[in-house]
Ligand binder design. Structure first.
Ligand code: ADP
Length: 209
């Protein structure tokens, strides 16, 4: 929800004239006090203005719009997730490396024949294996992947901030998004990149930098 032009105007009037009564705000806008009642109630409720009895309205000093804060942090994972690269565990290490380059991705999600998540393969898993040159790169990724139940996942209705905290805490680059029914069916991927894009797009009003 965005503030209306009138609400933004009220905020500016209060900023410049605080403390100011509702009557005075109304006369600045050449409107009746009753017309402004709901706007003043909304602005007070979300914490932008503070109504002090016998003093008037003052600007609370918040430098940000709390609603914007809510959209930034509490947006659902579903609203920003991307399509994951999904492979099966018999894929060779060689093909996994090719896949990461070809699709410009940092990780592959591995599913079984029921399309349920069984593993994650990242760049480091492949590099670790390849550094040990004695083994064949025809080896299946099942040998190097991180396996369930050690995979951290999020759900479509998880918040962006909850996902960001998991990524930071566990020092990983991405999280599979699985169905809400706990079936471990992968429906998306949320990565550090998608979270940064979400914040930057928001900052520029959705336009590309
Ligand atoms: P990179 O290898 O590019 O640093 P990550 O930091 O994502 O990528 O991966 C580091 C390790 O964490 C790898 O062993 C990988 O298998 C594992 N890993 C990646 N994503 C997850 C996840 N969602 N849950 C658990 N382990 C993960």
């Amino acid at each position: 929800m965005d503030l209306t032009e009138r609400q933004k105007h009220i905020i500016n009037i209060v900023k410049e004239n605080e403390p100011i009564s509702a009557d005075m705000i109304a006369s600045h806008l050449e409107l009746s006090k009753s017309t402004l009642r709901s706007d003043l109630a909304v602005l007070s409720m979300i914490g932008i203005l503070e109504a002090r009895p016998k003093v008037g309205y003052i600007y609370s000093g918040l430098n940000f719009n709390p609603l914007m804060h809510d959209e930034l942090y509490n947006a659902s994972v579903e609203s920003i997730m991307k399509s994951p690269l999904i492979v099966t565990q018999d894929m060779t290490i060689q093909d996994a490396v090719t896949h990461l380059f070809m699709y410009d991705s940092g990780s592959l999600y591995v599913t079984d024949d029921k399309s349920e998540l069984v593993g994650v393969v990242s760049r480091k898993d492949l590099l670790r294996f390849l550094l040990n040159g004695s083994q064949s790169d025809e080896t299946p990724i099942a040998v190097v992947m991180t396996r369930m139940p050690n995979i951290l996942v999020v759900y479509p209705d998880s918040t962006v901030i909850a996902a960001a905290r998991l990524l930071q805490l566990h020092e990983i680059d991405s999280l599979p998004v699985v169905e809400n029914d706990h079936s471990n069916k992968v429906i998306g991927k949320i990565s550090k990149t998608s979270i940064i894009s979400h914040y930057l797009n928001f900052d520029t009003g959705g336009s590309i930098l």
